[in-house]
Design a protein around this ligand. Structure first.
Ligand SMILES: NC(=O)c1ccc[n+]([C@@H]2O[C@H](COP(=O)([O-])OP(=O)(O)OC[C@H]3O[C@@H](n4cnc5c(N)ncnc54)[C@H](OP(=O)(O)O)[C@@H]3O)[C@@H](O)[C@H]2O)c1
Length: 314
């Protein structure tokens, strides 16, 4: 029996369907001189978000896996918007590379105004990283955890910082919650939706823990669903999924610049100041599924993530 079923509020599902159609709020303020860190800025939502922040004067530091795409992005943004767009190469399928990126960020002298955890992957087939972890869990969740964990002291010392997770309504697909005892799907049957949903559930569970950690500081952490937008997400899968995506998903998908506008609003607007530990659908506050609000699971996940990321409190 699914332990979360009786906690389901069907009105929350109704709210989600309504919020999907709501017009997102926008912000147009200048953000000159502020450092913004974006992971996975070489495509889709991350790319549009990098452009939008740069167009408002932000200095960018992007963390990507492709050197060629990072160089092209730097060239494009610096020529068009006249702001620095530095990059750091890290493939989140390797924990060592995530740790190196996290250590680099922690050693920066400059304050980080906004950090956007955007890099993500969707796999229809169970796929493992070089660290022998299911790839969605590592790339979509564990990377953001390791980076936040390594950055937490630096951020606390700052006057302000906003951490944003590009999460997903897809967290709802992990109906039975995060299977902490079977992260590699050896006992339970893997599907793309369950693997992806679990990784986004893990991100939400960790958000509540980090929000508690940052409670009496100037740091906020929030998650958002960026809409159903047309990007390269899922293009790494086989021909059947790609046909499904191109003919059934893409025609109704929105442009990713809408996600970027929501991320600019959530990262800069005064209206969001002090709001922390919340989930937004675009820019509308929403209640996540019950399994993503399970405090016991969140505590266990925190411990497991510290262990997997080879992190320590010292
Ligand atoms: N599109 C949607 O409708 C939708 C809906 C809900 C949530 N989201 C979320 O939005 C975020 C951005 O996705 P998107 O839709 O913009 O897809 P996308 O176009 O495929 O962009 C994904 C980004 O993540 C990077 N990435 C993938 N695997 C990586 C790895 N192992 N290490 C480092 N970077 C990696 C990609 O790098 P490359 O350029 O090198 O491939 C790319 O920059 C994801 O977290 C996704 O779950 C998207």
């Amino acid at each position: 029996m699914n332990p979360y079923l009786k906690q389901y509020e069907w009105s929350n599902i109704g709210a989600m369907l309504k919020n999907n159609k709501a017009t997102p709020k926008q912000e147009s303020k200048d953000f000159s001189g502020n450092l913004v860190v974006i992971t996975g800025a070489t495509s889709g939502i991350g790319y549009e978000t990098a452009r939008l922040y740069a167009s408002h004067g932000a200095k960018l530091l992007t963390i990507n896996r492709s050197l060629d795409k990072s160089k092209a992005l730097k060239q494009e943004i610096e020529a068009e918007f006249h702001v620095p767009c530095d990059y750091f190469i890290a493939n989140f399928s390797q924990i060592k590379q995530i740790q190196t990126a996290a250590n680099m960020l922690a050693s920066l002298d400059q304050d980080i105004a906004v950090i956007i955890h955007n890099a993500g992957v969707y796999n229809t087939k169970k796929t493992f990283t070089v660290d022998a972890l299911e790839e969605c869990f590592q790339v979509n969740y564990l990377a953001s955890f390791i980076i936040n964990f390594r950055l937490k002291e630096k951020l606390r010392k700052q006057e302000h910082a906003r951490i944003l997770y590009v999460n997903s309504e897809g967290h709802r697909f992990a109906l039975a919650g995060l299977r902490l005892d079977d992260l590699n799907w050896e006992r339970y049957h893997y599907t793309g939706l369950k693997g992806y949903g679990s990784s986004k559930t893990a991100q939400l569970l960790s958000m509540f823990q980090f929000a508690n950690y940052f409670l009496d500081s100037g740091v906020t952490i929030n998650a958002m669903h960026p809409g159903d937008v047309k990007t390269n997400m899922g293009e790494n899968n086989g021909p059947v999924y790609k046909l499904f995506k191109h003919f059934l998903i893409n025609p109704s998908s929105k442009p990713p610049v809408l996600s970027a506008q929501a991320l600019y609003y959530l990262g800069t607007s005064k209206e969001v100041e002090g709001i922390t530990g919340k989930f937004f659908n675009f820019t509308t506050l929403e209640i996540p599924a019950p399994h993503a609000l399970d405090e016991t699971a969140a505590e266990k996940l925190w411990k497991k993530s510290v262990e997997l990321g080879e992190l320590s409190w010292t």
